[in-house]
Every structure is written in structure tokens, then in C-alpha cells.
Design a binder for this molecule. Structure first.
Ligand code: HEM
Length: 456
């Protein structure tokens, strides 16, 4: 049946059983309004069910019903604001009986459950049948009754995870980050890179922050991470948060939030960071060199494969590479492009020859200490220049140049460079949220460290 057709509905459940005919593309809300006109029951008090499925106001009728005639059941909330009912909240380990007011919001119920289990309400998902209950809906919307069993699961990441367990946690992160970045804006780049390196090895679990121990060299001491800096910013944030709410906010979340705030402070885009990550206990230096982190000399197929293995798309690859609009690189990260590309003392033909001349003045062969700005002139500002550079064959790494060797990534580079990064900020924000979800530990997994460099 297509959207143009009409449907005839018998409204069962009420004393009068009106029959209503309307286009099947009408919304449930429109249907409820018609019911109100016919039998006088306010829209807010109507619950419509079709084969036990609660029909949602914003959906259209033929989202649920594909027949030309059907009967939907109307249940009327007579005392919507006052009714207290007993419901059962359960998961595989327990059954909890709770008296709830139907006028309460779902988040109120979550808070009460969270109080019982000493767990942040925002980390709880509640389900009625297969339907996820939304935080700011009132309970009566879910047609709960005395027999209702609400299933509880421990959710993944959530916006505002620490809202109740550590109010103001995110503001504290921002405040401390601001203090550091305003004095040293160049720290924003390594902090962003630190979050990326954390996520690409064992997921965003703060493993990059752990110190090596006597028998275990940690990620921190892996070669690609030797150029990371800014650990003291994370430590300072953690110290402040431990004073406020000990043992609550994970180092992995702190890193994700600091990276966001630091980028924002140097005029980059803002994104909401869902939180609730827990800290991993494992960090192994060798993981930095076994294909988890993309190498600067990677070609496009290896980059695509690497990102795909982390659940990221080709678009995420080209968008996140835009992180190279800030920061610096050691000459050693692109040495062979200047001095010995194929082992014959030659240069990389995919690098603009004029740029080669310029870079060679700064980077002598085998130089391991000098650094160069990746986006010369604006390496401290998060802008869209990266794509103009790459389009002009002035990306510093082979991995940057490689973005011109695939239709999708090339089109993106060209588009952003031609339109002053028309969609880059929005895209970057989206891809960062996605990257921040790689392999996260939630619920009871991992731990909340007291100090980000040590497991507890
Ligand atoms: C696509 C594959 C990538 C490769 C091969 C790569 C490689 C590198 C290399 C070799 C450096 C220079 C390190 C040094 O010599 O000091 C660097 C720096 C940097 N990378 Fe990437 N990167 C990639 C993706 C990313 C992503 C996804 C981000 C963040 C979203 C990022 C952010 C940065 C930043 C901000 C710096 C500058 C760090 C500083 O100033 O200390 N990179 N990258």
C-alpha cells in the first residue's frame, strides 16, 4: 500500500468505538487528534496499540499498519499525573520492585536504579519489550502497568555520563585544558594525536597513558609515540577531578574530552563527546608497530585497510587526516621523501619539487631532531588549509599524498580545497565522535584509574 491510500481504523478499547478513515500517510498524532474530535479524549491521554506495539506520535500510520482496514486499541490514561504503580526492573542477575509515578520521566527511574546500584544513571538503558525508553519521556508514554517488566542493560557511551556522579566534570576538563592551551597552543596538536593513537591501539581505553613497568614496555615508549606530548595536561585534569569525585571519571574519557576542548580552543570544530569509557589495564609497546597505527609511508590501500579494521570508513580516513592542519612533524617522519626515496638518493615525485627544495633547507638527511610545521603559517590554528596543501602536492607524508590516489578521497580533498573547507568542520566533528567509540570498554570492563599512568 503506498502513502496516497486511505485506511479505515476501528478504534477499539473505548466505550464508543469510532471508525476513522484517513490517509495512511497521516501521523499517529493526526489520528489521535481525530480521535479527540470524535470522542473527546485529550491527545496526551491516548495510548494507541497495534498488536501490543505502542504507536508513536511522530510516525506515520503505515509505518505500522499495511492493511486497508485494521483495529487499533485505545487505552486512556485517566489519572496520568498521579498514578503510582509497581513495576519490576530486571536483568539477568536481579529483579527489582519499584513503585513509580507514571508522571515521572524515564531518567527519574534511571536515577533511582542508579542509586540502588551506585552506577551512573546515564550508563543505564531501559527497555520495554524491544523498545528503548528515552530519558526525557514520561513513563505513562510507555503504557506501563502493574505487570510491566522493564529490562535493564548497562549501556555504551552516553552524553552526560557523569551528570549525576560527578556534576561539572566536563566543565572541569574544559577549565584545566583552557589553562594549558592558552599558555601553549601548540599542545593542542599532540593531544589530538594522543587521542587518535589511544583509540587505534586496543580502543579508546587510555592505554596510551600508562607507564612502562619493569617487565613491560608500554605504548608510550613505542617508537611512534615517542613524539607524543601533553601527558601533564591529562594528569592535571585527572588530579582536579579526583579531588572533586574520586574514582569516577576515566582517563580514557578525560583524553577524549581534552582532545575536543583543545581543538576547540584553537578555532577547531566542537563536538559532543559521549562518555562512559573505562580504562584498560594493558599497554604493550609492540602494539604501536604491528599495523595498528598507520605509517607515514603507507599507501592508500593500506590506509583504507587500516581504518576499516577500526570500523572507520574511507570518508573518515580523508576527514581525520585533516587533523594534520595543526602541529609539527619531525624531519625523520618524511626523510626518505626528500633524500632517498627509492634507495638512489632521489626524491618522491609525488611531492611538489619546489616544496622539496624548501624542505631540504630545513631537513638534512637523517635529521632526527628538527621539526617542521605541517601546515606552514597556520600550524597553531585548526583550519581547512590541509586540503589545499594536499591538493597542491604539499602534504608532508606519503600518507597525505596518497589521498590523491583514490577517487573518493581525492574528490573530498578537491572539494574542500575548492570551497574553503565547506563541510570539513562538520565532517571532522562527526568522524571524531566515531573514532572516539573504537573498542571502548564500558559497564564493568576495565577500571577507573586513580592516576592515568598506573593501573590500580
Ligand atoms: C591517516 C594516517 C595518519 C598517519 C600516517 C599519521 C602520521 C603522523 C606522523 C608521522 C606525524 C608526525 C610525528 C612526528 O614526527 O613528530 C603526525 C603528526 C600528527 N598527526 Fe597524524 N597521522 C595520521 C592520521 C592522523 C589522525 C587521524 C589524526 C587526528 C585526528 C592525526 C593528528 C596528528 C597531529 C595533530 C599531528 C601533529 C602532532 C604534533 O604537533 O606533535 N593524525 N601524524
Amino acid at each position: 500500500m503506498d502513502n496516497e491510500e486511505v485506511i479505515t481504523l476501528t478504534i477499539g478499547g473505548a466505550q464508543i468505538r469510532p471508525i476513522i478513515t484517513l490517509p495512511s500517510s497521516s501521523t499517529i498524532l493526526q489520528l489521535k487528534r481525530m480521535i479527540m474530535e470524535r470522542i473527546g479524549v485529550q491527545v496526551e491521554r491516548q495510548h494507541l496499540l497495534y498488536y501490543k506495539i505502542l504507536l508513536e506520535d511522530n510516525n506515520i500510520i503505515n509505518h505500522y499498519i499495511h492493511e486497508a482496514t485494521a483495529e487499533v486499541c485505545l487505552s486512556v490514561d485517566l489519572f496520568m499525573d498521579e498514578r503510582i504503580i509497581n513495576i519490576t526492573v530486571s536483568n539477568e542477575n536481579f529483579n527489582l520492585q519499584l513503585a513509580v509515578n507514571k508522571a515521572d520521566k524515564v531518567i527519574d527511574l534511571k536515577n533511582r536504579i542508579g542509586d540502588v546500584f551506585a552506577f551512573p544513571a546515564m550508563g543505564i538503558d531501559l527497555w520495554l519489550m524491544d523498545r528503548k525508553m528515552e530519558n526525557y519521556e514520561i513513563l505513562s508514554k510507555y503504557y506501563l502497568n502493574e505487570d510491566s517488566v522493564v529490562k535493564m542493560t548497562r549501556g555504551g557511551l552516553q552524553l552526560g555520563f557523569y551528570e549525576r556522579t560527578c556534576p561539572g566534570a566536563e566543565a572541569t576538563v574544559s577549565k584545566v585544558t583552557y589553562r594549558f592551551i592558552s599558555r601553549a597552543p601548540t599542545l593542542a596538536a599532540p593531544l589530538l594525536r594522543m587521542h587518535f593513537h589511544d583509540c587505534f591501539i586496543r580502543g579508546c581505553d587510555g592505554s596510551v597513558l600508562l607507564n612502562s613497568t619493569k617487565n613491560n614496555p608500554a605504548e608510550k615508549d613505542g617508537q611512534p609515540n615517542l613524539s607524543l606530548r601533553g601527558y601533564h595536561v591529562i594528569d592535571a585534569v585527572k588530579l582536579e577531578l579526583e579531588k572533586k569525585c574520586p574514582g569516577v571519571v576515566s582517563c580514557a574519557d578525560i583524553l577524549a574530552l581534552v582532545a575536543r576542548d583543545a581543538v576547540g580552543q584553537i578555532y577547531g570544530p566542537f563536538w559532543e563527546v559521549p562518555t562512559g569509557r573505562r580504562d584498560g589495564r594493558v599497554s604493550i609497546s609492540a602494539d604501536t608497530l604491528n599495523g595498528n597505527l598507520p605509517a607515514p609511508f603507507a599507501n592508500i590501500s593500506s590506509l583504507k585497510q587500516n581504518f576499516a579494521s577500526k570500523g572507520l570508513s574511507v570518508k573518515d580516513l580523508v576527514v581525520l587526516s585533516g587533523g594534520h592542519t595543526i602541529g609539527t612533524s619531525h624531519c625523520s617522519s618524511f626523510d626518505s621523501r626528500l633524500h632517498n626515496f627509492t634507495g638512489k638518493g632521489d626524491t618522491d615525485p609525488s611531492l611538489d619539487p619546489n616544496y622539496v627544495v624548501h624542505l631540504k633547507k630545513i631537513c638534512k638527511p637523517k635529521d632526527t631532531t628538527t621539526i617542521v610545521e605541517m601546515d606552514p603559517g597556520s600550524f597553531k590554528t585548526f583550519d581547512e588549509d590541509y586540503y589545499t596543501l594536499v591538493a597542491k602536492r604539499r602534504g608532508l607524508f606519503e600518507s597525505d599524498a596518497a589521498l590523491l590516489n583514490d577517487n573518493e578521497t581525492r574528490d573530498y580533498v578537491k572539494l574542500q580545497s575548492a570551497t574553503h573547507g565547506s563541510t570539513f568542520a562538520k565532517d571532522f566533528a562527526q568522524s571524531m565522535v566515531k573514532m572516539g567509540k573504537i573498542g571502548v570498554l564500558t559497564g564493568k570492563a576495565g577500571e577507573i584509574r586513580k592516576h592515568c599512568a598506573f593501573v590500580i
